[in-house]
Write a protein that binds this ligand. Sequence first.
Ligand code: ADE
Length: 233
Amino acid sequence: MILKVLSLFPGFVESFFSTSILAKAVEKRILSYENVNIRDYTTDKHRTCDDAPYGGGAGMVLKPEPLGAALAAVGADQFRTIYPTPGGRLFNQAYAEELSKEETLIFICGRYEGIDQRIIDLYVDDEISIGDYVLSSGELAAFVLIDAVFRLLPGVLSSESLEEESYKSGLLEYPQYTRPEVYQGLRVPEILLSGNHALIQQWRKEQSLCKTQRYRPDLLEKLKQEGKGYGFN
Ligand code: ADE
């Protein structure tokens, strides 16, 4: 997969791609990226990227010309172009899976009060929100999207860990334990030491259900409506 990230903070983007399993995926050539500085596409001597909004109001808006030129240069008319914004459609795992099938993705990292609507009209395929809160940095939202997508690419994680994780079944994940058996007086549940895989599966299923009921009853409701039982088979 090729990721093209347009931002005003290429150092921030670089630090993200050079960290952890994302860097490993780049090294293994599962992923490559282009780190594009929108400011490189300005034409005035102050390298201006933003301006006051028409109609008044607080904050600044990313100007269309430099951003548009950067988008044209990376081929935004040919590739799926995503603009993370609190004003977009809510991101979820199904959507991450859809994006993971694309060969190339372009991300626009906004700042200030957003980007000129004509850029959205001309170039953006998806406006996506990562949640009902407002971040000061579009980069952080783009990183969340990229992280959720790249880990689904073949060769990044084992298929087993992808199968078992939260949201795949529609339920939240069961609790995990590792050594030691007792930590600060708290024991690992006996059943996990039993070696009985059927019982362990059963316990995990119950734990997932309890946790989902407690934190995300909306997910249980959704499974019921979809007629999927509780997502375990
Ligand atoms: N940019 C700022 N806040 C955001 C959010 N919640 N989702 C996506 N992009 C954002």
